[in-house]
Ligand binder design. Sequence first.
Ligand SMILES: C[S@@+](CC[C@H](N)C(=O)[O-])C[C@H]1O[C@@H](n2cnc3c(N)ncnc32)[C@H](O)[C@@H]1O
Length: 224
Amino acid sequence: MSKTVFNGFNSNEKILHHIDKVNNFLSAGKTLVVTEFDLTNRCNNNCPACVGVKENGAQLTWDEIQMIVKGLKNLGNRGVIVSGGGEPLLHPDFIRTLKLIKESGMEIGLNSNGLALNQEMADAIAEYCTYFRISLDAGSPEMYKQTHGMPADCYYRVLDNIMLMSETKKRTGSAVSFTVGFLTGADTVKDMEAFVKAAKEYGAGAAQFRPFTGDSTDISEEYK
Ligand SMILES: C[S@@+](CC[C@H](N)C(=O)[O-])C[C@H]1O[C@@H](n2cnc3c(N)ncnc32)[C@H](O)[C@@H]1O
């Protein structure tokens, strides 16, 4: 009898890894698989086209975090994507939140701009996360200014932090999938190649392209 193999990278097929949840849904049971969890609306970047929510600077307390994680676990949720909102690394309980989610039996994906990363955080990410994506969105300080609204020294600090994470992953033998992200669009397409070179040079495991919301610029030539 042949065994069907699902492609884990195809979002249309991902749910087929969780057939029990589909059956649960059909019988009106617990159906959560992955939940996005925004710890804080505070941010240390200034992306002009930001789709996050960061106007009010609101932030969860440690009590609220514990209550939500417990609730997610009770609902049978399997994975938590820690994102924003704002920038998750700015939350004072960031490290113990990762530990709590992992020890509650759920997997963790993390999206961050990478600017505030330090060794202690990198060690925790290596230990607890299944994936970690740094949103770089540039291959030059000029493009970083355009996409993140931040000066050149911040671009170079994020590159150094990509190397810090890459070295931490190697040193600890962590299985975390460590990638850097780039938002494609008519204004950013020219930096795609430089972005891939920088991602490789600084040790990211993979470079990910996805479009700015609503931007359907054809990137197939640059991608090749
Ligand atoms: C709003 S940020 C919050 C998490 C974290 N601060 C970060 O930079 O990854 C979440 C993701 O939204 C993406 N993003 C920002 N503006 C966007 C836009 N206009 N269209 C699509 N994605 C966008 C960022 O690249 C980032 O990966």
